[in-house]
Design a protein around this ligand. Structure first.
Ligand code: AMP
Ligand code: MN
Ligand code: MN
Length: 322
């Protein structure tokens, strides 16, 4: 895909990513937004996602995001869905649906066929931000701000080049991006590793209350609404808890959930690859990648753990049978 080629005749271009935007979502939306504003100066380009976490305020133009979801056009000429398939666009799904041309760029294996008229979905890619770098035909128009946004997306989805989705191509892309000269050690520290005191306290609590099961092959922990309120925490404050659980020795699958409503939980799943958590999540209507997936589930904490366990066990049996 060549992105300018796809949008060059459009007068209105909308860009969105998934609900509860993570670093890759914000980075890819902002990288593409800044690039299209540059190469399509005549067009109205609008980025619409939920308000990004404060750590992303270092990305230029982040305050221009329309988090109120008020569109600049009734019907967009082009609408671009990034890092998600359309059902995860939240309030932006209707703008995508009604657009004259729909483009989908994503790397989720659960969205392998894409949901646009034009799709660029590469499940082996580290991140959507890496794919945005691919589709930018005129690399000479990339500047420090665009490079920084895409770099942030890549480091967040690869755990700073740690996860197995990091490929030689990911590193080559990152190498080219850092040549634009932004302060990458500071970005990694401030957007990825740095935690507030509250975030560390909740992490500690989640680890303290975690439970090992299936002979130590699985681990689960949960934060309920009362605890969230006690710490005055927002969902973003819980980022990283599930991967910390996953690093427990012997654990093949980690489950972390936080309560979003009465009998409703947002579930995060991580695995070392033995369990395909994308399939586990997809069974309950969610999705993601083989080693990282998510889903929202209804029921009590115990019901949800039981239901997930059955699917995880099935997966473990499948791999052991081979
Ligand atoms: P999370 O645990 O929410 O950070 O999600 C892990 C991975 O799964 C990320 O790549 C998410 O974008 C993806 N993911 C989370 N929830 C869903 C869902 N309901 N449908 C599809 N993908 C999801
Ligand atoms: Mn994402
Ligand atoms: Mn992503």
């Amino acid at each position: 895909m060549k992105i300018f080629e796809e949008v060059k005749d459009a007068k209105t271009i909308g860009i969105s990513g998934h609900i509860r935007p993570d670093g890759d979502c914000v980075g890819s939306v902002m990288g593409l937004y800044l690039y299209l504003k540059k190469v399509c100066p005549e067009a109205q380009v609008q980025a619409m996602i939920e308000k990004p976490a404060d750590i992303f305020s270092c990305i230029r133009g982040v305050e221009e995001i329309s988090s109120d979801f008020k569109p600049v056009a009734e019907v967009f000429d082009v609408y671009i869905a990034l890092d998600a398939e359309k059902s995860r666009l939240g309030e932006a799904e209707k703008f995508f649906d009604s657009a004259k041309k729909k483009i989908n760029i994503d790397h989720h294996i659960s969205n392998a066929s894409g949901c646009g008229d034009v799709n660029y979905v590469v499940p082996t890619a580290s991140s959507t931000s890496e794919l945005i770098y691919d589709v930018i035909e005129d690399k000479s128009r990339i500047d420090e701000d665009i490079a920084k946004a895409l770099y942030i997306g890549i480091i967040h989805d690869t755990g700073v080049f740690q996860y197995s989705n990091t490929s030689p191509k990911t590193l080559k892309t990152a190498a080219e991006l850092i040549s634009y000269g932004f302060d990458f050690p500071e970005i990694i520290d401030k957007t990825f590793y740095e935690k507030t005191y509250i975030q560390n306290q909740i992490l500690g609590r989640a680890l303290l209350e975690s439970i090992l099961f299936m002979d130590g092959r699985c681990i689960v922990s949960m934060i309920d609404k009362k605890t969230m309120a006690f710490y005055n925490a927002v969902p973003h404050d819980l980022d990283g808890i599930v991967s910390q659980l996953r690093s427990t020795k012997g654990v093949e699958c980690a489950i972390f959930m936080y309560q979003t409503g009465n009998m409703e939980y947002k579930v995060s799943l991580r695995s070392n690859g033995v369990v395909n958590v994308s399939e586990v999540a997809a069974f309950f209507g969610g999705g993601g990648h083989v080693k990282a997936a998510g889903v929202t589930m209804q029921g009590t904490f115990y019901d949800i753990v039981n239901n997930l366990s059955a699917q995880i066990e099935k997966q473990l049996k499948k791999t052991e049978g081979n």
